[in-house]
Ligand binder design. Structure first.
Ligand code: PLP
Length: 436
C-alpha cells in the first residue's frame, strides 16, 4: 500500500501545524512514528485516504462516529442546519429537544447545559462541584482521561499516557496539588484519600466504564462503594461518560443493565460528549436541579460558549440518537464485536501471541499481554512494541485502528459481517507475521 500523498501532506502540515496534527493522539508517535494517514472521505464503515487506499474503520473518530461516516439521516440534519444558518447567538428549540432526549435516557440529569467539547463539560462539572460544596480538592482515578483542562491532566490516560506525559508541562503545581489520584477498581486507595482529605474533597470523578486505558469494566461493587464513600465524605460524584454514554446501550453507564442497583451508582453530575453530537463538536453536562442551580445565569458558577448548543451540533446529535433508538441497533454491534473479539483472540492464541481482549458490547480493547487488564498499571504493563507492529500490519491490510495501545476498537451501525470477516483475515495474516 503506498501512501506518498500522505507523506507529502505530513511534510507540509509540519510547516504550518505544530507536530502536523491538531490533536496529539492523531500522530503515529506511539506506534513507531512517521507520517500519519491523511484521510479524504468516509462513508459507512470505511475511510479513504488521499492516496485512494480504503480502510475498514475501527477508530470511529475516537468514538463519536457510532452510526458510521456520513450516515444519510445525520447528513440530512447537518444540511438542514447549514441551510437554516449555523449560528444565531440566541436560544433555539433544537437545544431543548436534545436536552430532553438526554434527560430521558439519563435520569440523574434534571438539568443540562451544552458545551463544545468533552473537555469543557468535565472542566465545568468540577467548577460546579466546587461551587456547590465550597471545597477545592478532586479525587480521580489513575489512567482515566477527562480531557485536557489543567486539573485533570494529572495521571491522565489515553493520549497523555501514550506520549508519556501524564503530568503535562504548564500545569501549575498549585493546581496539581488539588488533585488526588487513586487506583481504579479498588476502594482502598479511595478510602485512604478520603480519610486524609475527606472534608476538603469537592468531588470524586470517574469514568464509570473506562475507555481510556482500554475498555475496562468496574468490578462488582466498585461504583457502589465509590458513591457511598464519596457521599459519606460530603463530596459529589461526577461521572465522565464522554465515551460510555450511548456506546453500550441507549443510555449511560448509570442505566446499563450490568449494574442492577441504579440508585446505588447514581452520580450527582455527568459529563457527556462524542456520540451525542453525531460527529459534530459537542459536550454537555448535567445533574440534579439543586446542583445545576449553581450554574450562571441562575447561580455563581460561570460557564459560557459562543458556539455552545449551536444548531448543527444539536440537529446532528438528535439525528444520531434517532438512529441509535432503532430496535436491534446495539444487539447487532454486540454480535459483530463478539465475533471479532473472539476471532482475534483465537487467531493470536494460534500463533502464540499473548493477547487479552476486553469487550463491552460493541467496543473492545486488545492488550498484548498474558494477564487481565482491570486497572491502569495492568494496561501499562503490556507490550507497546507488539501493539505498534500489529497496528502497522493491520494498516497495510486496510484496517484502521487507533494508533495507541490504550485506545479501543469501536464498532458502528455501518459495519457488516463481511467487514468482520475481512478484518479477521487481516488479523490472521498479521499475527502470523508477528510470530515469525
Ligand atoms: N472524557 C473522556 C472520557 C474522553 O475520552 C475524552 C476524549 O477522548 C474527553 C473527556 C475529552 O473530550 P474532548 O476531546 O471532546 O474534549
Amino acid at each position: 500500500m503506498q501512501r506518498n500523498k500522505s507523506a507529502q501532506l505530513y511534510d507540509e502540515a509540519q510547516q504550518h501545524i505544530v507536530g502536523g496534527v491538531n490533536s496529539p493522539s492523531r500522530s503515529f508517535k506511539a506506534v513507531g512514528g512517521g507520517a500519519p494517514v491523511f484521510m479524504k472521505r468516509g462513508e459507512g464503515a470505511y475511510m479513504w485516504d488521499v492516496d485512494g487506499n480504503r480502510y475498514i474503520d475501527y477508530l470511529a473518530a475516537f468514538g463519536p462516529i457510532i452510526t458510521g461516516h456520513a450516515h444519510p439521516h445525520v447528513t440530512e440534519a447537518i444540511i438542514r442546519a447549514a441551510k437554516e444558518g449555523t449560528l444565531y447567538g440566541t436560544a433555539t428549540e433544537h437545544e431543548i429537544r436534545l436536552a430532553e432526549a438526554l434527560k430521558a435516557a439519563i435520569p440523574s440529569m434534571d438539568k443540562v447545559r451544552f458545551t463544545n467539547s468533552g473537555t469543557e463539560a468535565v472542566m465545568t462539572t468540577i467548577r460546579v462541584a466546587r461551587a456547590y460544596t465550597g471545597r477545592d480538592k478532586i479525587i480521580k482515578f489513575a489512567g482515566c482521561y477527562h480531557g485536557h483542562s489543567d486539573l485533570v491532566l494529572v495521571a491522565a490516560g489515553s493520549g497523555p499516557s501514550t506520549l508519556g506525559i501524564p503530568d503535562s508541562a504548564g500545569v501549575p503545581a498549585g493546581i496539581a496539588s488539588e488533585v488526588i489520584t487513586v487506583p481504579f477498581n479498588e476502594l482502598d486507595g479511595l478510602k485512604l484519600a478520603l480519610e486524609r482529605w475527606g472534608d476538603e474533597v469537592a468531588a470524586v470523578m470517574v469514568e464509570p466504564i473506562v475507555g481510556n486505558f482500554g475498555m475496562v469494566m468496574p468490578k462488582p461493587g466498585f461504583l457502589e462503594g465509590l458513591c457511598r464513600m464519596a457521599r459519606d465524605a460530603g463530596a459529589l460524584v461526577i461521572y465522565d461518560e464522554v465515551i460510555s454514554a450511548f456506546r453500550f446501550h441507549y443510555g449511560s453507564a448509570q442505566t446499563f443493565s450490568a449494574f442492577p442497583d441504579q440508585n446505588a451508582i447514581r452520580p450527582d453530575l455527568t459529563a457527556l460528549g462524542k456520540i451525542i453530537g453525531g460527529g459534530l463538536p459537542i459536550g454537555a453536562y448535567g445533574g440534579s436541579a439543586a446542583v445545576m442551580s449553581k450554574v450562571a445565569p441562575l447561580g455563581p458558577a460561570y460557564q459560557a460558549g459562543t458556539m455552545a448548543g449551536n444548531p448543527a451540533s444539536m440537529l446532528a446529535g438528535l439525528a444520531c440518537l434517532e438512529v441509535l433508538r432503532q430496535p436491534g441497533t446495539y444487539e447487532r454491534m454486540d454480535d459483530m464485536a463478539a465475533k471479532l473479539a473472539a476471532g482475534l483472540k483465537a487467531s493470536a492464541d494460534g500463533y502464540g501471541v499473548p493477547l487479552t481482549v476486553n469487550r463491552i458490547v460493541g467496543a473492545f480493547s486488545t492488550h498484548f499481554c498474558d494477564h487481565p487488564v482491570t486497572n491502569y498499571e495492568e494496561a501499562q504493563d503490556t507490550d507497546g512494541e507488539q501493539f505498534a507492529q500489529f497496528f502497522r500490519l493491520m494498516l497495510e491490510r486496510g484496517i484502521y485502528l487507533a494508533p495507541s495501545k490504550y485506545e479501543a476498537w469501536f464498532l458502528t451501525t455501518a459495519h457488516t459481517d463481511a467487514d468482520i470477516d475481512a478484518t479477521l483475515m487481516a488479523a490472521e495474516e498479521s499475527f502470523r507475521e508477528m510470530a515469525r
